[in-house]
Design a protein. Sequence first.
Length: 437
Amino acid sequence: MEKMKDYLFVSLFLFISVPAVAQLNADEKKIIDYVNSHLKETEQLLIESVNINSGTLNVEGVKKVGSLYRKEFDKIGFKTEWVVLPDSLKRAGHLVATVNGTQGKKLFLIGHLDTVFELDMAFAPYTKLNDSTATGQGVNDMKGGNAVMIGALKALSSLGLLKNTSVIAYFTGDEESSGFPHHVARKDFIDRAKTTDIALGFEGAQGLSTVAVARRGIGGWVLNVEAKTGHSAGIFSEGAGYGAIYEAARIISEFRTQLANEKYLTFNPGLIAGGSEISVDRAAARVEAVGKTNIISPAAYVAGDLRFISQAQRDRAREKMRAIVAQSLNGTKSTISFSDGLPAMEPSEGNYRLVRFLDSVTKDMGIGPTKAGDPGSRGAGDISDIAKYVDSLDGMGASGGGAHKPGETINLKEFPYLIQRAAIMIYRLTRENASIK
């Protein structure tokens, strides 16, 4: 009876989900068939990975997910290794799986093992809500994306279509929080990417018809304001000045009025305090302030982020912010400092060429055209660190919603198509005559 149920499940799935494949060659049709016939196996890998807590700081959990994936790569003949990070970073490390050859384009495929859901958060296992939707921690970001990548590579390898190709599958263990210093956490990642031609990131797909050519970079800023203090009755006078809180408010308001309408640029003051005394714990993102309503505040503190589509946009924004800060109100003095986070994945022509390449894949699959998504719709990710070295696309993973939130979901109806899409894209890029126009 169980075998009959499995047969009926696969038969029904094939009946409702396989698009017209008239434009695919014989190998590509075999890829479609393989992905469909092994769909339950791929979903089982997704279930097992989701049911392991792998919050970034849960080092053992991250390693456990890495071990699960490593076994899958070992089965299909990839060379696997674990990249160990310095103890000072307090992170699990990274899984790398490779095949080395000379045929076609050299590919760098990106996933990550960790999620934002730490051990002290309520656990949400893989749960199927209906035939087209499942939920669970990291089910979309990015264990669903990892399953898409692994499912695609298993199909290609099992069909003998990765012989003499060059593929690096790199799963970071700390995408959600890389530790400090970031350049140490990403050194091996960046060094290996530089040896390749094309990077494909398997972060969440926004449906079947778009892919990411860009991701905004992120950095931080801290504003410190000092001011004269005294009795509140004298505020605004020449001798007393305006106080630190009014100055902080002026600066933030000017940031908004002068910069808020620039496309793809955002800046968010996420933490603010002012008063007679301020104690700042930046590591814990905590500020304590003491003050009285009849005392002009001598100190204010604001911390925020800055998101940008290019390094040039970042630099222009920083200069404008410095200029605003310099226009101090009477009796005040302010300083602003900036910190680098992840760089922007800029929307280069090479990235757009990859969109056109993928567009031909999805049209040939019969699932319609693919276009570049809104360059400003995605935040920074692992691919941002290497996009300036190789042509890159992201959003090749699973589709769904609610990433980083309780109740995160995956779209199971689109899941097989996305595996097929990834597999055929990789197949075509790794052929001897691969050409991207």
